[in-house]
Design a protein around this ligand. Sequence first.
Ligand code: 6PG
Length: 240
Amino acid sequence: MKEEVKVQNLIRKVATFDEMTNTAMKIIVDEYQQAVSARRSFLLELSGGRTPVKLYRLLHQKLLSTPLEFPIEFFIGDERYVPWEDSRSNNLLVRNNLLNNNQSLMACLHDFPTQLSRSEAAVVYAKELNELAPNGFDLAILGIGKDGHFASIFPGFADWESDEVTVVTETTENEVMERLSISPKYLFKAQKLLVLLAGQDKSPILDKLMDENLSKENFPAKFLLQHPNLEIIFSEEAAY
Ligand code: 6PG
């Protein structure tokens, strides 16, 4: 199947950012219900960035404001190498918008311990992931940057075949150069990948995903197209 047709079949285009958020929320609830049916915790990976913030607030309001039948374990998919209290930290973004700093929910938040050295933080989080999610996540929420990065896997990333669960990476084009990320291979263990793209400035990303002349080396998000259960929601309206 041509890449263009393949990608077009993966994309759900919606007019408004609210529609994107509500659609993503329904997907999360559906996937959560599957974990409940299996009588176990729901393993949810969270991305940083602006796009998912409204979804995180809605998730708190719709799902986390009442006791859950089975817990949700939240896993930060990538982190900026800054303290968790730093305004650029994904940990802070999730605590403020999804967990509302609720102590019992915060016990279910898992992240790179950035108070350690970067290599130690990668090792410690990999150990936690292997203990809590050895078979990967139930659902991974991802964004894509203009350079094609997802999580903190940036153009030029070379360890695609690494069996490591976490990787140390760098970026020169995005906020905070020193990064930590789940590895592409570990991410692929997830049952489902949900990519959220909002606004016309993200439209070129769709074109590049369809561009057969681009590879994962120069546009990392191309890698996501190989996942058997990938869904992309594109909102014409920008995130707010
Ligand atoms: C991060 C994210 C990153 C993000 C993209 C898109 O730490 O910044 O994990 O991968 O998803 O950069 O970000 P926006 O949603 O802000 O466009």
